[in-house]
Design a protein around this ligand. Structure first.
Ligand code: CO
Length: 215
Protein backbone atom coordinates (compact mmCIF):
# COMPACT_ATOMS: atom_id res chain seq x y z
CA UNK A 1 0.00 0.00 0.00
CA UNK A 2 1.23 3.44 -0.80
CA UNK A 3 2.20 5.83 1.95
CA UNK A 4 -0.58 8.18 0.91
CA UNK A 5 -3.19 5.44 1.16
CA UNK A 6 -2.03 4.45 4.64
CA UNK A 7 -1.93 8.09 5.62
CA UNK A 8 -5.58 8.77 4.76
CA UNK A 9 -6.80 5.85 6.89
CA UNK A 10 -4.68 7.17 9.74
CA UNK A 11 -6.06 10.67 9.13
CA UNK A 12 -9.55 9.27 9.52
CA UNK A 13 -8.70 7.70 12.88
CA UNK A 14 -7.15 10.95 14.06
CA UNK A 15 -10.16 12.93 12.89
CA UNK A 16 -12.54 10.65 14.82
CA UNK A 17 -10.42 10.98 17.94
CA UNK A 18 -10.36 14.75 17.68
CA UNK A 19 -14.13 14.99 17.13
CA UNK A 20 -14.82 12.69 20.07
CA UNK A 21 -12.53 14.66 22.33
CA UNK A 22 -14.57 17.79 21.56
CA UNK A 23 -17.91 16.02 21.87
CA UNK A 24 -18.20 12.34 22.84
CA UNK A 25 -21.65 12.20 21.18
CA UNK A 26 -20.61 13.85 17.90
CA UNK A 27 -21.30 10.81 15.70
CA UNK A 28 -24.29 9.58 17.70
CA UNK A 29 -26.01 12.92 17.10
CA UNK A 30 -25.44 12.65 13.33
CA UNK A 31 -26.45 9.02 13.01
CA UNK A 32 -30.21 9.30 12.91
CA UNK A 33 -31.02 12.15 10.57
CA UNK A 34 -29.67 14.98 8.52
CA UNK A 35 -31.35 18.34 8.14
CA UNK A 36 -28.91 20.46 6.13
CA UNK A 37 -30.15 23.93 5.19
CA UNK A 38 -28.01 24.05 2.06
CA UNK A 39 -27.43 22.21 -1.21
CA UNK A 40 -24.05 22.90 -2.78
CA UNK A 41 -23.52 22.31 -6.49
CA UNK A 42 -19.84 22.73 -7.20
CA UNK A 43 -16.98 21.61 -9.40
CA UNK A 44 -15.25 18.28 -8.76
CA UNK A 45 -11.94 20.16 -8.65
CA UNK A 46 -9.92 18.96 -5.65
CA UNK A 47 -9.05 22.53 -4.73
CA UNK A 48 -12.66 23.55 -4.02
CA UNK A 49 -13.78 21.45 -1.05
CA UNK A 50 -17.38 22.48 -0.36
CA UNK A 51 -17.60 21.97 3.41
CA UNK A 52 -14.20 23.37 4.17
CA UNK A 53 -14.29 26.70 2.35
CA UNK A 54 -17.57 27.73 3.98
CA UNK A 55 -16.66 26.38 7.41
CA UNK A 56 -19.56 23.96 7.70
CA UNK A 57 -19.74 20.87 9.83
CA UNK A 58 -20.95 17.38 8.86
CA UNK A 59 -24.74 17.53 8.58
CA UNK A 60 -24.88 21.09 7.30
CA UNK A 61 -24.38 20.79 3.54
CA UNK A 62 -25.81 18.38 0.98
CA UNK A 63 -23.30 18.22 -1.85
CA UNK A 64 -23.34 17.53 -5.57
CA UNK A 65 -20.18 18.01 -7.59
CA UNK A 66 -19.36 17.47 -11.22
CA UNK A 67 -16.94 18.86 -13.76
CA UNK A 68 -17.53 22.61 -14.07
CA UNK A 69 -20.53 22.67 -11.66
CA UNK A 70 -23.05 22.04 -14.39
CA UNK A 71 -26.84 21.90 -14.09
CA UNK A 72 -27.95 19.93 -17.12
CA UNK A 73 -31.67 19.33 -17.29
CA UNK A 74 -31.40 15.70 -18.38
CA UNK A 75 -28.76 14.74 -15.80
CA UNK A 76 -30.54 12.17 -13.61
CA UNK A 77 -27.78 12.27 -11.04
CA UNK A 78 -28.10 16.02 -10.51
CA UNK A 79 -31.92 15.90 -10.69
CA UNK A 80 -32.07 13.14 -8.09
CA UNK A 81 -29.84 15.10 -5.71
CA UNK A 82 -31.90 18.23 -6.34
CA UNK A 83 -35.22 16.46 -5.82
CA UNK A 84 -34.07 14.89 -2.58
CA UNK A 85 -32.59 18.15 -1.31
CA UNK A 86 -35.67 20.23 -2.13
CA UNK A 87 -38.52 17.80 -1.47
CA UNK A 88 -37.20 15.64 1.35
CA UNK A 89 -34.52 17.65 3.11
CA UNK A 90 -36.28 20.95 2.35
CA UNK A 91 -33.08 22.96 1.98
CA UNK A 92 -33.55 26.73 2.11
CA UNK A 93 -30.61 27.62 -0.11
CA UNK A 94 -28.84 26.20 -3.13
CA UNK A 95 -25.46 27.55 -4.10
CA UNK A 96 -23.95 26.92 -7.51
CA UNK A 97 -20.26 27.58 -6.98
CA UNK A 98 -17.96 28.00 -9.96
CA UNK A 99 -14.28 28.76 -9.59
CA UNK A 100 -11.67 30.74 -11.44
CA UNK A 101 -9.11 28.54 -13.17
CA UNK A 102 -11.71 25.83 -13.87
CA UNK A 103 -10.24 23.21 -16.21
CA UNK A 104 -13.66 22.36 -17.61
CA UNK A 105 -14.31 25.95 -18.63
CA UNK A 106 -10.79 26.24 -20.04
CA UNK A 107 -11.36 23.15 -22.16
CA UNK A 108 -14.61 24.66 -23.45
CA UNK A 109 -12.70 27.67 -24.79
CA UNK A 110 -10.38 25.49 -26.81
CA UNK A 111 -10.93 23.37 -29.91
CA UNK A 112 -8.82 20.49 -28.64
CA UNK A 113 -10.58 17.21 -28.09
CA UNK A 114 -10.12 15.83 -24.57
CA UNK A 115 -12.03 12.58 -25.09
CA UNK A 116 -15.43 11.52 -23.80
CA UNK A 117 -15.63 14.62 -21.67
CA UNK A 118 -15.99 16.71 -24.87
CA UNK A 119 -19.67 15.80 -24.68
CA UNK A 120 -20.00 17.22 -21.18
CA UNK A 121 -17.92 20.30 -21.98
CA UNK A 122 -20.20 20.86 -24.95
CA UNK A 123 -22.79 22.38 -22.58
CA UNK A 124 -20.28 25.05 -21.54
CA UNK A 125 -19.59 25.75 -25.21
CA UNK A 126 -23.33 26.39 -25.70
CA UNK A 127 -23.11 29.09 -23.03
CA UNK A 128 -19.96 30.48 -24.63
CA UNK A 129 -21.84 30.78 -27.90
CA UNK A 130 -24.72 32.71 -26.26
CA UNK A 131 -22.22 35.22 -24.84
CA UNK A 132 -19.80 35.23 -27.73
CA UNK A 133 -19.93 39.00 -28.31
CA UNK A 134 -19.18 39.83 -24.70
CA UNK A 135 -16.38 37.27 -24.40
CA UNK A 136 -14.76 38.26 -27.67
CA UNK A 137 -14.79 41.95 -26.72
CA UNK A 138 -12.32 41.11 -23.92
CA UNK A 139 -8.77 41.10 -25.24
CA UNK A 140 -6.91 39.70 -22.23
CA UNK A 141 -7.03 35.88 -22.36
CA UNK A 142 -7.02 35.48 -18.58
CA UNK A 143 -9.91 37.94 -18.18
CA UNK A 144 -11.80 36.18 -20.95
CA UNK A 145 -11.39 32.91 -19.07
CA UNK A 146 -12.51 34.52 -15.76
CA UNK A 147 -15.57 36.00 -17.43
CA UNK A 148 -16.59 32.70 -18.94
CA UNK A 149 -16.30 31.08 -15.50
CA UNK A 150 -18.70 33.74 -14.15
CA UNK A 151 -21.11 33.47 -17.09
CA UNK A 152 -21.11 29.69 -16.92
CA UNK A 153 -21.98 29.83 -13.23
CA UNK A 154 -24.81 32.31 -13.86
CA UNK A 155 -26.14 30.08 -16.62
CA UNK A 156 -26.22 27.09 -14.25
CA UNK A 157 -28.15 29.15 -11.68
CA UNK A 158 -30.71 29.95 -14.36
CA UNK A 159 -30.81 26.29 -15.44
CA UNK A 160 -31.54 25.41 -11.82
CA UNK A 161 -34.27 28.04 -11.50
CA UNK A 162 -36.17 26.66 -14.47
CA UNK A 163 -36.10 23.00 -13.41
CA UNK A 164 -39.54 21.57 -12.66
CA UNK A 165 -38.31 20.74 -9.14
CA UNK A 166 -37.42 24.31 -8.18
CA UNK A 167 -40.44 25.83 -9.91
CA UNK A 168 -42.79 23.36 -8.23
CA UNK A 169 -41.31 24.21 -4.81
CA UNK A 170 -41.86 27.93 -5.43
CA UNK A 171 -45.41 27.34 -6.63
CA UNK A 172 -46.14 25.57 -3.32
CA UNK A 173 -44.77 28.55 -1.43
CA UNK A 174 -41.67 26.73 -0.23
CA UNK A 175 -38.89 29.03 0.86
CA UNK A 176 -35.96 28.41 -1.48
CA UNK A 177 -33.27 30.77 -2.74
CA UNK A 178 -30.66 29.86 -5.31
CA UNK A 179 -27.40 31.71 -5.62
CA UNK A 180 -24.35 31.87 -7.88
CA UNK A 181 -20.86 32.15 -6.42
CA UNK A 182 -17.35 32.12 -7.80
CA UNK A 183 -14.40 30.90 -5.75
CA UNK A 184 -10.87 32.20 -6.18
CA UNK A 185 -8.28 29.42 -6.05
CA UNK A 186 -5.53 31.92 -5.29
CA UNK A 187 -7.39 33.86 -2.58
CA UNK A 188 -9.74 31.31 -1.02
CA UNK A 189 -12.50 33.90 -1.23
CA UNK A 190 -15.98 33.38 -2.59
CA UNK A 191 -17.79 36.12 -4.44
CA UNK A 192 -21.57 36.30 -4.69
CA UNK A 193 -22.41 36.96 -8.35
CA UNK A 194 -25.67 38.63 -7.34
CA UNK A 195 -27.86 36.30 -9.36
CA UNK A 196 -30.13 35.15 -6.57
CA UNK A 197 -33.51 33.72 -7.52
CA UNK A 198 -36.17 33.26 -4.87
CA UNK A 199 -39.45 32.99 -6.75
CA UNK A 200 -41.18 32.47 -10.04
CA UNK A 201 -41.12 36.24 -10.49
CA UNK A 202 -37.35 36.13 -10.79
CA UNK A 203 -37.52 34.08 -13.97
CA UNK A 204 -40.06 36.25 -15.73
CA UNK A 205 -37.51 37.15 -18.40
CA UNK A 206 -37.30 33.49 -19.32
CA UNK A 207 -41.05 33.02 -19.43
CA UNK A 208 -40.97 30.24 -22.00
CA UNK A 209 -39.52 28.05 -19.24
CA UNK A 210 -42.14 28.99 -16.67
CA UNK A 211 -44.32 26.05 -15.63
CA UNK A 212 -47.86 26.21 -14.28
CA UNK A 213 -48.81 23.58 -11.71
CA UNK A 214 -52.29 22.28 -10.93
CA UNK A 215 -53.47 22.96 -7.39
CO1 CO B 1 -13.55 23.29 -12.16
Amino acid sequence: MSEFYKKIIENNRNWVASKLSEDPEFFLKLKDAQKPPLLWIGCSDSRVPANEIIGTKPGEVFVHRNIANMVIHTDMNMLSVLDYAVNVLKVRHIIVCGHYGCGGVKAAMSNNSVGLIDNWIRHIKDGYRFSKDEIQSISDEEKKFDRLVELNTKQQVLNLAVTSIVQCAWSKGQELSIHGWVYGLDTGLVQDLDVTFSSHEDIRNSSVYKLEFDE
